[in-house]
Write a protein that binds this ligand. Structure first.
Ligand code: DX5
Ligand code: ZN
Length: 215
């Protein structure tokens, strides 16, 4: 099975976003991955509603919004209105996760949950049936261009088993240090969606790199 590919716009050229949005539209990519950082949950600040709204105007593919912010439940409606199709919140950032997941679904969003590298997949056991997506961080969140954490393969396999056992339809997405080189092993382990930032946007031919990630 070919994976879905979601280029992370964090590594795009913000001085000519139009160009990179059109490239993703015309490529074999499946989703736009948008990283929102608040400078509190992670030691970096990226972008928020105005950029998401601008991308939404031009994008012909779903917006996969990854919130690296504290208390994400406060902003669900606003992210929906800005154009998010899939919204993912961190397990480590929301105390009443069950309520947060229900709130995302009530807004008509696909509901995703993100786990930091240190968080065990078994914490998902009681909510997995409600989720559309589980995003496994394969780097510590906050920055593009970091080295892939090898332990992720093992986590994907255990998460796949948990999803099977629970009858959940959740997709497994992997984010951080994903490359053309490690993609086949990630997909073999059970990854359904590959996020790639620097691998795509720092390459000479981003559309071709997306094509290779899909192989
Ligand atoms: C990191 C973000 C990632 C980032 C990935 O906190 O969640 O989506 O853009 O960048 P690469 O693919 O360069 O590791
Ligand atoms: Zn991300």
């Amino acid at each position: 099975m070919k994976p879905l590919v979601a280029p992370s716009m964090l590594s795009a050229n913000f001085a000519n976003l139009n160009n990179d949005i059109l490239m993703v539209n015309q490529s074999e990519a499946d989703w736009f991955h948008l990283d929102v950082m608040d400078g509190v949950f992670v030691p970096n600040i990226s972008f928020g509603f105005p950029i998401i709204q601008a991308i939404k105007k031009l994008a012909t593919k779903p917006l996969d919004v990854h919130l690296m912010i504290v208390q994400p439940e406060r902003y669900i409606k606003q992210f929906k209105e800005a154009g998010a199709d899939i919204l993912s919140v961190h397990y480590e950032a929301s105390t009443h996760l069950h309520r947060t997941i229900q709130a995302m679904k009530a807004e008509g969003l696909k509901a995703g949950l993100v786990l930091n590298p240190h968080t065990n997949v078994m914490v998902l056991e009681d909510v997995i049936a409600d989720l559309d997506l589980v995003l496994l961080m394969s780097v510590n969140p906050g920055f593009g261009g970091q080295a892939f954490i090898e332990q992720t393969y093992h986590k994907i396999i255990r998460l796949k088993q948990l999803i099977r056992d629970s009858g959940s339809h959740a997709l497994i997405e992997v984010d951080g240090g994903v490359s053309v080189e490690n993609a086949p092993r990630l997909v073999a382990a059970g990854a359904d969606v590959l996020v790639a930032g620097s691998e795509v946007f720092k390459s000479k031919n981003p559309a071709q790199t997306i094509h290779l990630l899909k192989q």
